[in-house]
Design a protein. Structure first.
Length: 327
């Protein structure tokens, strides 16, 4: 099985996608610092879910988003693993999204009764109030039963997906985050946890712009990130980001947003990585239209797409996947 990892910030998470208007991070108290990914909506019409549905419809791939409500009491949207949970096999991988806190916990993983791994769950600095999110991947082809046990502390589970077949599509969005932070705090976990990776990498441009980064620093971080991805995957593709609708530069930005976009184009071209040019496609869709005309239709606000915008992202990604992967 190959794992298609969709990395990026709030566009990857699906902010303003239908089904995700009450964005998951908001309910937990968003923090721009700290380790961890974000809770995402399996049923929202964001581009990751649209791509996932295409993959399951057009390849030998299948997913079950498990109902874990019986695993333990609910706390802040997580389920406490109060007792050993036995999951029937017949799948190729389980992908868990779990909580990491400033209190250490350990999750024991058993396949057909044999202990295969203990996952340490700990975040020195959390990202959403007292919580952070992490992935646990359990390859289990041929297994009859997978057992999860709390071996230390309190283990909180956010979701569990059972994947079968050739591909799994995973939303690895983190919310508001520069490329440098994603490279240092998120990417190492993905490289360690997922065995056979394909990266669909959104290039973060907006957050590097609004967080007062310099163009030079952004380009350096993006180049290093794409190089790490390329060296640790069978395929990496870079996704440019939709245009913004606000007047610029805003007081806290170093320069015009389009200069960051130009730097992304330069870095992607130099990397030799396939580009999915969402920025160009959005420009063509928005030409001659005002921000007032676009917000509420293609856009949710001046920085984020709405569901039709996420559909455009997905169509571009699927077209590239057809040429690069699904031949």
């Amino acid at each position: 099985m190959k794992y298609i990892l969709c990395t990026g910030d709030s566009h990857t998470c699906g902010q303003y996608a239908y089904g995700a208007e009450d964005w998951a991070g908001q309910s937990l108290g968003y923090n721009i610092n700290g380790k961890g990914f974000i809770r995402t909506n399996f049923d929202a019409r964001d581009y990751v879910n649209i791509v996932r549905n295409y993959i399951t419809d057009h390849t030998n791939s299948e997913v079950e988003n498990m109902n874990i409500s019986s695993w333990g009491k609910e706390v802040a949207g997580f389920h406490l693993l109060e007792r050993p949970v036995r999951i029937h096999g017949g799948c190729d991988a389980l992908i868990l999204k779990v909580a990491e806190r400033q209190k250490e916990a350990e999750l024991g993983i058993y396949i057909d009764g044999e202990h295969v791994r203990t996952k340490r769950l700990y975040a020195e600095e959390t990202r959403y109030g007292m919580w952070s999110f992490a992935f646990v991947v359990i390859p289990c082809t041929g297994a009859e039963e997978i057992t999860l046990k709390t071996e230390k502390g309190y283990v909180y589970i956010d979701s569990c997906e059972r994947w079968m077949g050739d591909y799994a599509v995973v939303n690895c969005g983190v919310g508001s985050c520069t490329v440098e932070r994603y490279k240092n705090e998120c990417l190492p976990d993905l490289i360690e946890e997922f065995p056979d990776k394909i990266f669909l990498a959104e290039v973060h441009t907006i957050n590097d712009w609004v967080k007062n980064n310099t163009i030079e620093a952004y380009g350096k971080s993006l180049g290093e990130t794409l190089e790490i991805m390329k060296n640790n995957s069978s395929l990496t593709m870079a996704i440019t980001v939709s245009p913004i609708l606000r007047e610029e530069p805003v007081p806290y930005a170093q320069d015009f947003y389009e200069k960051f976009v130009d730097e992304a184009y330069r870095v992607i071209e130099n990397s030799g990585i396939t580009m999915i040019d969402a920025h160009k496609a959005f420009k063509e869709k928005t030409e001659g239209k005002t921000a007032d005309e676009l917000i509420g239709t293609l856009y949710g606000d001046d920085l984020h797409p709405r569901q039709p915008g996420y559909t455009l992202y997905a169509e571009l990604i699927i077209e590239k996947l057809k040429g690069e992967l699904l031949k």
